[in-house]
Design a binder for this molecule. Structure first.
Ligand code: SAH
Length: 471
């Protein structure tokens, strides 16, 4: 059997060596950008290998900082997305930041675990809690923390902001400073479902008396997809999936893996196992036949993320993966939003920013919280079509759609506030393209073209607050 891909990949030693060296440099640089000391970054690469995903390496540094040794059971959390949008003009943004720096005192709260105090300077990375379980988890009240919100952060309106946990250094400190100095709640969704997803959430919701969506989602691959057990080799130790991404592996790769396995014994030699496992982890591949791996199908990703089946059906597969890869994990977000149910028995008015395929809306719906009005801001036409389709099929309230967050001016916000008597919830996660670890080329933090859209989130929350204050 011809295994061209594999043979050429393995024989090209010198090119590989050079690639590895520059890969190592790149990874060290990225880790240093995230705020890790260079020597610790270097050690993590030695421990985990140069091919390890950035998030694995970051985890490894954290683990060794916390425990004096390295453990890395769970892996990557990175997304790749394409298109570009304009951002706030540089001058205006600079002014905004200046103003806010003066206006807001820096937060130094330390409610979550054994976190180091944060002075808001750009020297310290925001330490991520380990384990990444947020303020509490369903059925695990023991670990629960209490928190006191800064005065100016107290709702209504309630707001909920999401982004990738592993952002370059200073990013979360800045986001927090803009959002009333609230401490982020970092959660890895692997504690709630079968796939990892490390995210930070800044919100002013109460954190007592949360409840999870029922039925509780499966937490392991085999509970979610029992039929994969049949071909799962004993040397594949994965019991959970990594972060579901915006792109999928190629057919070439699965073919290469099949070739590698077919031409080696059973069990295959350690080197082949390592090659196969690295690719399986990187791309979330599952075993569907003898020596045969495949990527997850869109409906499986929908299921893992807590969406109804066929939520994204009817648009191209690539688009489905992209939108799903960017979306909320519904069970995680619903757990946080559940406290709204008793507060708003007659339903809520929602301002939904960067709505995507409506993870927030699906969470509210599954919680049985009626949405009287949703003003949704989403630039992607395909995403808007998906949300509109779901809305028409499940909701009786009013959906108002706006394409670009930049066209939602403070005046328009004031008009909406008067018309609906205010918003109860402002929810959204701004694009993370310039924050996520996989974007080697434009990982320029919050000032990145897309990530700067965060400042609109903050501007809009502020505008809603002041419009409601005038009511
Ligand atoms: N939380 C959402 C996904 C957020 S991803 C969910 O559950 O699906 C960020 C979204 O912001 C993407 O869908 C992207 O299309 C959208 N977006 C990017 N630039 C935008 C802009 N200028 N105005 C409005 N939406 C934008």
């Amino acid at each position: 059997r011809y295994c061209g891909g594999l043979v050429s990949a393995m024989s090209n030693f010198s090119t590989d060596f050079l690639r590895e060296m520059s890969e190592k440099d790149n990874k060290i640089k990225s880790l240093v950008d995230m705020g890790f000391p260079e020597d610790e970054a270097n050690m993590a690469i030695t421990r985990c290998g140069v091919d390890a995903a950035l998030t694995v390496l970051a985890d490894s540094v954290y683990a060794s900082q916390a425990a004096g040794d390295c453990h890395y059971g769970n892996l990557s959390d990175y997304e790749v997305t394409g298109s570009c949008f304009d951002s706030l003009g540089g001058r205006k943004r600079a002014r905004l930041m200046e103003g806010s720096k003066k206006k807001r005192k820096r937060y130094g709260g330390a409610a979550q675990g054994n976190r180091r105090p944060l002075d808001g300077s750009h020297e310290e990375p925001m330490p991520l809690p380990n384990p990444m379980v947020g303020f509490n988890l369903p059925n695990d009240r023991l670990r629960s923390v209490t928190r006191r919100l800064p005065q100016q952060a107290i709702g209504p309106p309630f707001f909920y902001y999401e982004n990738v946990a592993l952002a370059p250094k200073g990013v979360w400190a800045t986001i927090s400073r803009f959002l009333y100095d609230i401490e982020p709640e970092f959660v890895d969704s692997k504690h709630l479902c079968a796939a990892a997803r490390k995210r930070g959430y800044i919100h002013n919701l109460p954190i007592e008396n949360r409840f999870p969506l029922l039925p509780l989602p499966p937490k392991t691959i085999f509970e979610a997809f029992p039929h994969y057990k049949k071909w799962w080799p004993s040397w594949d130790p994965r019991r959970q999936l990594n972060c579901l991404q915006t792109s999928m592996s190629s057919a070439k790769l699965t073919e290469r893996i099949q070739c590698a396995l077919a031409s080696s014994g059973n069990p295959p030699p350690k080197s082949v196992q390592k090659y196969v496992m690295d690719e399986c982890r990187k791309w979330n591949l599952v075993w569907v036949g003898k020596n045969k791996v495949a990527h997850l199908e869109p409906d499986e990703v929908e299921y893992l993320l807590g969406f109804p089946r066929d939520h994204t059906r009817g648009v191209g597969k690539t688009e489905r993966f992209k939108s799903l890869g960017n979306s909320f994990q519904v069970d995680t977000v619903a757990y946080h939003l559940s406290v709204l149910k008793d507060m708003y028995p007659n339903g809520v008015n929602v301002l939904s920013l960067f709505t995507g395929i409506g993870g927030g809306e699906v969470a509210l719906h599954r919680l049985g919280i009626h949405m009287r009005t949703v003003v949704s801001v989403e630039i992607g036409e395909v995403n808007r079509r998906i949300l509109r389709g779901w809305w028409d099929q499940t909701q009786t309230g009013t959906l108002i759609e706006i394409a670009d967050v930049k066209s939602l001016t403070d005046d328009r916000i004031a008009t909406f506030v008067r018309r609906f008597g205010g918003f109860d919830l402002v929810i959204g996660g701004s694009p993370c393209n310039n924050l996520a670890g996989s974007n080697r080329h434009h990982r320029d933090g919050l000032e990145g073209e897309q990530s700067a859209l965060f400042y609109h989130y903050f501007r809009i929350v502020d505008a809603v607050k002041s419009a409601m204050g005038r009511m």
